[in-house]
Design a protein around this ligand. Structure first.
Ligand SMILES: [Zn+2]
Length: 375
């Protein structure tokens, strides 16, 4: 992974490069940024730059022995820790999942937490974990003599999964062996235990800009400019989500959303159940993007009612839906429904039962929608 392969984040790249050039590499760092902004990719590119044998002023060379090994994630001194799910083969340690990890990251360096966990457990029912044994394994790996790297490194993705067992690492984080680098890559500082947080130097990484996401979608996914712009706005800086939305095709989301809203509006539980079955049938990853799309549509209704219509960029299908359905909404219920939708997304990401969550949500929406006055 070279810096040039990473979308945007120019200022962060400059800072990282400078820290290496001036020899100011702190031994324990926390890369903190929202999902889909490229934190993990940056951690790998930074590690590659540090260890490159012939770096240029702006990037690693991408061709030396060290770069090639890091690109394939097979360097003996560069280790990875990430949440795992204990499977039927009783695998537990990150090392035991390293093949899956390599192929996943090399295909998609913007992998989301949910995408990764679904790789390990298709049904998405089991919780991910970073275990006490994994912590001990990190200490063991870093205590070994370096084979060839300038800096022995461990990249810990999602330290949010470390609970009290994370305290096993405290001494290591505070005083790692010489020429050792520990990079924690997190999304939510509030969920990282305080004892770990206080021992790392934090680098805050911002979300991507809409233009940056749109540009990638046009260039890499072959999405047309107008579509790319809308997806970028819906994704709110999250390239993992943007890629899912671009992959599924926006009209799929739209058709499902319309069917679902019609069912809610009609207050018919049968129709609701039918729409819910269709939504659930698409799988957890799609559902997450679908709730993102639904939020986007609610915002569009809000803008349609409160602002200049020209401000909203929509497909013709979407415009028709909004013109027709805006009678069911006002500022008050949009606010409540948006909150409920956000809350459900939160539960869905934590493996709540899909059917129950969607049925509750549908009933809530049905109740909040404004019904036409009976003639
Ligand atoms: Zn190199």
């Amino acid at each position: 992974m070279q810096f040039k392969d990473i979308v945007g984040q120019e200022e962060i790249k400059q800072r990282l490069i400078k820290s290496v050039q001036t020899g100011r590499i702190s031994h324990t760092q926390l890369f903190l940024g929202p999902e889909g902004c490229g934190t993990l990719a940056l951690a790998v590119a930074y590690t590659q730059f540090i260890n490159c044998l012939q770096p240029t002023e702006t990037d690693s060379c991408g061709q030396c022995v060290s770069c090639i090994k890091i690109q394939k994630l097979i360097h003996p001194d560069i280790h990875f820790t990430f949440p795992t799910i204990t499977n039927t083969e009783k695998k537990k340690l990150s090392n035991e999942f390293i093949e899956e990890w390599r192929s996943t990251f090399t295909q998609n360096p913007y992998i989301s937490e949910l995408q990764w966990l679904l790789q390990l457990d298709e049904e998405g029912k089991k919780q991910g974990n970073i275990t006490a044994e994994e912590c001990r394994d990190i200490i063991r790996k870093l205590s070994l003599k370096s084979y060839e790297a300038k800096f022995k490194t461990v990249i810990i993705w999602l330290p949010e999964y470390l609970r009290l067992e994370g305290n096993i690492l405290l001494k290591l984080l505070e005083e790692p062996p010489e020429k050792t680098l520990i990079i924690l890559v997190a999304q939510d500082a509030d969920k990282v235990i305080a004892t770990i947080l206080s021992r790392a130097q934090t680098l805050k990484i911002p979300r991507l800009k809409d233009e940056e996401i749109a540009e990638v979608l046009i260039r890499q996914a072959g999405v047309d400019a107008a579509e790319a712009e809308t997806i970028a706005r819906v994704s709110e800086g999250n390239l993992a989500l943007a890629n899912s939305l671009a992959g599924a095709g926006r009209s799929d989301y739209h058709d499902l959303f319309v069917e679902w809203m019609r069912a809610c509006y009609g207050r018919k539980v049968d129709a609701m159940n039918l729409a819910i079955e269709k939504i659930i049938g698409t799988g957890r990853e799609f559902i997450k993007s679908f709730t993102g799309y639904s939020l986007h549509m609610l915002r569009a209704v809000f803008l349609y009612q409160n602002a200049d219509h020209q401000l909203i960029k929509l497909s013709e299908q979407e415009r028709q839906f909004i013109v027709k359905f805006s009678i069911a909404f006002n500022n008050d219920n949009i606010e409540h429904i948006t909150k409920a939708l956000n809350q459900s997304t939160f539960h869905l990401e934590r493996n709540a039962d899909l059917r129950i969550t969607f049925l509750n949500l549908s009933l809530y929406i049905a109740q909040r929608m404004i019904k036409p006055k009976q003639a």
